[in-house]
Design a protein around this ligand. Structure first.
Ligand SMILES: [Zn+2]
Ligand SMILES: [Zn+2]
Length: 339
């Protein structure tokens, strides 16, 4: 969809609350009284803002992790990447199921059971890829609680290949395969998954993995709430014009902030792979996300999925100041966003 969709009549969609454009609030073609409560209820919560390994990482004493282990006030610890969202304030969806999910749920009262016996307000989990840091939390959702598991076909196939995910019994957990750009609905939100450049999960890579594949191993998610659209892209190897056009629709953009520079891991002495080899475009430099996303009209642009080596984690660092001066925020666990 392009700009032409921004200010279409929301009633065309059969709901006077549904509105797609920035600044296109309930006062435009909508009933103010009924729209206001929905507006207040629709929100997203960043459950985890770190990349795989979290921050600090259990076995790491890179310069950033050393600050965190030593309690330096310029850094705060972060759990692995996940987002919770609701359109109706009652039921919630998770975007990614991080290995830190149990900890994230315990610190987020909105996601606690509300009824006697077994209950959860979580009605769906949406997966952006099958990497361990995005799916391992599913194993903590195995107590025969019904929910829908929504993903593109390659991600479902990766889970089916691994028998441990059979603990999510088919008669309890409905696996919903959506096609790219097909709309699903859950928790009062419209959900769209769109392929972005990525790669197969590390454990399925094989000898010669295709980096930058757009076959659906990696997806971004667009959520449409009562007053706006959120785009969540925690992993992206390359920003090409078609994807940038897609991201122009977003009022809130949460984008891959894994590494600041492509060779950051090797420079810190903690790994040989570049960011791009891991399926993550760097923030800085030629072809980096900071320059590519600069022209997008989103009201808020927030880096998520931040690796523990990334200097934007350190408040006051030159890299942190550079992204803030360019109008970007750095996600923290527990950050709430009106949707
Ligand atoms: Zn990840
Ligand atoms: Zn580290």
């Amino acid at each position: 969809m392009g700009n032409t969709d921004r200010h279409r009549d929301p009633r065309r969609d059969g709901s006077h609350l549904l509105c797609f454009g920035r600044g296109c609030g309930p006062s435009i073609g909508a009933d103010r009284r009924s729209a206001r409560p929905a507006q207040r209820k629709a929100k997203a919560v960043i459950l985890g803002s770190a990349a795989g390994g979290g921050f600090p990482q259990w076995n790491c004493r890179c310069p950033n992790c050393a600050l965190a282990w030593d309690g330096d006030p310029r850094v705060v610890s972060r759990t692995q990447s996940s987002l919770a969202a609701t359109g109706d304030g009652e039921s919630w969806i998770l975007l990614s199921a991080s290995p830190d999910l149990p900890q994230q749920l315990r610190t987020t009262p909105k996601l606690w059971p509300r009824e006697p016996g077994r209950h959860s307000p979580i009605t769906a989990v949406v997966l952006t890829n099958a990497d361990i840091d995005h799916v391992a939390g599913l194993l903590s959702l195995r107590e025969r609680q019904p929910f829908r598991l929504i993903a593109l076909a390659p991600v479902h196939a990766a889970l089916r290949q691994n028998p441990i995910f059979g603990v999510l019994a088919d008669e309890v957990v409905e696996r919903v395969t959506v096609a790219p750009t097909e709309l699903a609905e859950a928790a009062g939100l419209q959900i769209e998954l769109f392929p972005v450049a990525g790669k197969a999960p590390l454990y399925l890579e094989g000898a010669d993995p295709l980096i930058g594949s757009e076959a659906g191993e990696t997806a971004g998610v667009a959520l449409v709430g009562p007053t706006g659209k959120l785009a969540y892209v925690p992993g992206c190897a390359h920003l090409h014009p078609a994807l940038l056009e897609k991201l122009r629709e977003a009022d809130l953009l949460l984008f891959d902030g894994t590494v600041f520079t492509d060779d950051e891991m090797s420079a810190a002495g903690v790994g040989a792979k570049t960011g791009r080899r891991m399926g993550h475009i760097p923030i800085a430099g030629e072809g980096g996300s900071l320059a590519a996303l600069a022209g997008l009209p989103a009201k808020r642009k927030i880096f998520v999925h931040i690796n523990n080596t990334n200097p934007i984690l350190v408040e006051g660092s030159p890299e942190r100041r550079a992204v803030e001066e360019a109008g970007f925020e750095v996600a923290r666990d527990g950050m709430e966003l009106a949707l």
